[in-house]
Structure formats: C-alpha cells, structure tokens
Design a protein around this ligand. Structure first.
Ligand code: ADP
Ligand code: MG
Length: 277
C-alpha cells in the first residue's frame, strides 16, 4: 500500500482482509467481567479482590475447600449477594449503575441474563412440572401461557423429561427435579448459566444424569460457571478450572494444567485430598 494512504484507509483495508469471525472476536468484550470484586460479611472478607473474565461460550469450573467463597462469588454474579465493592460487567456494560444500590429494574435485567441452578431444586410442589417451567416465563418475560408451555415442552424434551410434564415434582427423582430446575432456568433464555454444586444433593447415578445434561449444554455453546466437587466433570468439561481458597483465586488455568501440574502447594494439597478419596 502506498505511503500516502491514510491510517484509517489502511485499517479499513486490513479489516476487510481479515476473516469476519476474527475481527468480530477481537472487538467483542467478554460476556462477563468481574473487576476487583470484594465481599465482606460483618467485616470479615470472604471474597478478596476477585477479577475474572469469561468469554462467550466458555465453561469455567470453580473448585476449592468449603468456605473458600465459591458460592458467594456466584451469588455476586447475579446480585443475590451485593458485593461490598467491585464492578460487574456483562458484554462490556456495567450491570448496575450503583454497585451498592442496584435498582429493581437492573436486578430484573441481570437475572434474566444470568440463570442459576442451586444444590436444592426449589420447585413448587403443588403445580405440575410443566407449570414450574412456564410460570417464570409468564411472570418475568410476559409470555402467554400457550407460548410459555410450548417453550417448556421443548426444554423438558431436551433434558429428557417430556413424559413428566404433567406430573408433580414429588413424583420425580432428585436427578429429574434438578433437570427440571435447569429447564426452568433455560426457559428465560439466559446468556450465562451459574451452577452451584448442582449434584451434591444427589446419589451418584442421578448426579450423572444432571452432569450429562450440563455437558450437552456446554457442547452447545452455553457460557457456564460451575461450582463443583465433581473433579472429573471439571477436568473433562471446563475450558478453565479455578481453584479458590480463603476468598481468593489461588490458581486458574486449563484443566489439564491445573490438575496435571498444579503450581501452588495449596492446590496440590487440595487435589491430593479430593482425588485420593
Ligand atoms: P463455599 O461455597 O466455597 O463453601 P461460601 O461462599 O459459602 O463458600 O462461604 C464463604 C465464607 O463466607 C464462609 O466463611 C461462610 O461462612 C461465609 N458466609 C457465606 N454466606 C454468609 C452470610 N450470608 N453471612 C455471613 N457469612 C457468610
Ligand atoms: Mg458453596
């Protein structure tokens, strides 16, 4: 290109030459950014300046001892807990205008974008499985009952529970109830899913059904943060595993690196203890 061509024209020419996906990836902000998130309970720091970026489609597993702050971190991502300080950005935009005092509409928007699945399933016992999945869509998204039920059926089929649509949750196993809870969260079309030990209340074979659904979701490109004590799941499914202890990220990296050659003594001790079991 001749010398006299302007910088802008050169930039445009370069952009044109680059494959679209590359230039789009270069400009798109991460789906989730946490900047210096700090959380205290009664003056006791349980999250100490956590900074983290999660790209669209990434699966990040969080492991670490009980009390490390893993649940608190996830709960800060959808403001079930209000961080004491720090910033949360979704697609490069601050999720709330005032970190300490989010508005109600900001919280509603955030919780539509961020679905959450807990250890306990929290289904309504007195209504059908289908209605459990439909009601939040009607309340939060304003979908009609017919529209919501149709979407619910699709999602129940997807988690292998179409046949349970008319049953009460009590007629379902724990693993089935957790899959219903996943369908319920997906029904709000979240951009990001949080899972806090979704299988720890389940017998291993029922937990395996839930992990299989989560693995499929990951393969379909859902962005997920997963707190888990299932080391094999973290190892197989996550793109990045984060080891937390005492409210801080001790070490993070691709699972083959974190599990294969942990760098910190604290990580090694933890992995030896849990993998020996
Ligand atoms: P993890 O999920 O890694 O086991 P948590 O995030 O649940 O850890 O807890 C981190 C620390 O914060 C623990 O010491 C816990 O006792 C404390 N904690 C969590 N929630 C609260 C709360 N609502 N009030 C006071 N302390 C809390
Ligand atoms: Mg926890």
């Amino acid at each position: 290109m001749p010398e006299h061509v302007s910088t802008a024209a050169r930039a445009a020419a370069v952009q044109e030459a680059a494959p679209v996906s590359v230039s789009a990836a270069a400009v798109a902000p991460p789906l989730l950014q946490l900047k210096n998130v700090h959380k205290e309970f009664h003056g006791n720091a349980v999250l100490k300046d956590i900074s983290l970026e999660v790209a669209q489609g990434e699966v990040v597993a969080f492991i670490g001892p009980s009390g490390a702050g893993k649940s608190t971190l996830l709960r800060c991502v959808n403001y079930l807990e209000t961080p004491t300080s720090g910033t949360l950005l979704i697609n490069g935009e601050a999720a709330v205008s005032s970190a300490a005092k989010p508005t109600k509409s900001e919280l509603i928007t955030l919780r539509r974008q961020v679905g959450m699945v807990f250890q306990s399933f929290n289904l309504f016992p007195h209504i059908s499985v289908l209605r459990n999945v439909s009601l939040p869509q009607e309340r939060v998204l304003g979908r009609s009952r017919a529209e919501a039920d149709e979407r619910s059926m699709q999602l129940l089929e997807r988690v292998g529970l179409g046949a349970k649509a008319d049953a009460r949750p009590s007629r379902c196993s724990g693993g089935q109830q957790q899959r219903i809870a996943i369908a319920r969260a997906l029904a709000l079309d979240p951009q990001l899913m949080l899972f806090d030990e979704p299988t720890s209340a389940l017998d291993p074979e029922l937990g395996a059904e839930v992990l299989a659904v989560m693995q499929e979701l990951a393969a379909e490109g859902m962005t997920m943060l997963v707190v888990t004590h299932e080391m094999s799941f973290a190892r197989r499914v996550s793109n990045r595993t984060v080891f937390m202890a005492d409210g801080a990220v001790v070490e993070a990296g691709p699972p083959e690196q974190l599990f294969g050659s942990p760098q910190h003594a604290r990580t090694k001790r933890f992995l030896e203890a849990v993998l020996d079991r």
